[in-house]
Design a protein around this ligand. Structure first.
Ligand code: BTN
Length: 250
């Protein structure tokens, strides 16, 4: 496992993709700040210097981009739990880490190319809100939180990066031995399963239903008027009034 740290990058995902062939499998690229950090669906990822973690994982030995997100998400959620065991972190499909109705981490998986229809590898970027101050969090477009806001404590970023790298390696190795078990672990932490949610598709359609399951290829299954709709992409809206918070152990 190699961790390469930069002072400044446009985007750790971009660097990892541009240099994919020269980087070893199981490399993590970090930057103290990003000048063009990007989120899913073309959004910007705010990346102030020395405040949060911006990291991308190089994965060459896997079957799908969806699995790269599971591994990276599990590494992120496990590291967060080590630093704040009292907080209930969970995954919100497709792969955000949430605390109640606020986002603390996001993941962006990008393919590194295909050869003869088979994926060459994946770059999975993760942004974790660690020391983001509440006043700055309130300036973001969507409800967000940070370890600092949740615990009133500032965290040493290097220590969190070390644990993130450790867990990334652990889950990646576990995956190469038995990929199904990683999917099951990841699915268990999707605590909004069973809840009533609204999905906004990339075309702007708004569909409400019961989040009944996640298919083996990562699609969200929503029950709407006795039919099951599978979503491979989209945004999930949490209506805090509709969620049975007690039942998801928060
Ligand atoms: C999202 O929730 O929209 C995904 C956010 C992913 C942000 C991370 S920060 C490190 C890596 N580099 C990027 O440009 N984006 C990802």
């Amino acid at each position: 496992m190699t961790v390469i740290e930069f002072e400044t990058l446009d985007s750790t995902n971009q660097y990892a993709r541009d240099n994919f062939k020269d980087l070893a499998d199981l490399t993590m690229i970090c930057a103290r700040t990003q000048t063009a950090g990007r989120g899913r669906l073309g959004r910007v990822w705010q990346s102030p210097r020395d405040v949060n973690i911006y990291a991308s994982m190089v994965m060459k030995d896997l079957e799908s981009g969806f699995h790269a997100g599971c591994i990276t998400g599990l590494a992120g959620i496990t590291a967060l739990r080590e630093f704040a065991p009292q907080i209930n972190f969970f995954f919100k499909w497709p792969n955000d880490i949430y605390v109640r109705d606020r986002k603390i981490a996001g993941i962006l998986c990008e393919s590194a190319g295909f050869t003869n229809g088979k994926i060459d590898g994946v770059v999975a970027g993760i942004g974790l809100n660690i020391n983001f101050a509440p006043k700055d969090l309130r300036l973001l477009d969507n409800p967000a939180t940070s370890l600092y806001e949740l615990t009133n404590e500032k965290f040493n970023l290097k220590k969190v990066i070390n644990r993130l790298a450790f867990w990334f390696q652990e889950y990646y190795i576990a995956y190469t031995k038995e990929s199904g078990s990683i999917f099951e672990l990841w699915k268990q932490d999707n605590r909004l399963l069973g809840q009533k949610l609204t999905v906004i598709t990339p075309k702007g359609e708004v569909i409400t239903g019961i989040f009944s399951n996640i298919s083996n290829d990562g699609a969200m299954l929503l029950e709407v008027n006795n039919a099951t709709i599978a979503f491979h992409c989209g945004d999930v809206k949490i209506d805090r009034e509709l969620i049975d918070w007690d039942n998801i152990h928060l």
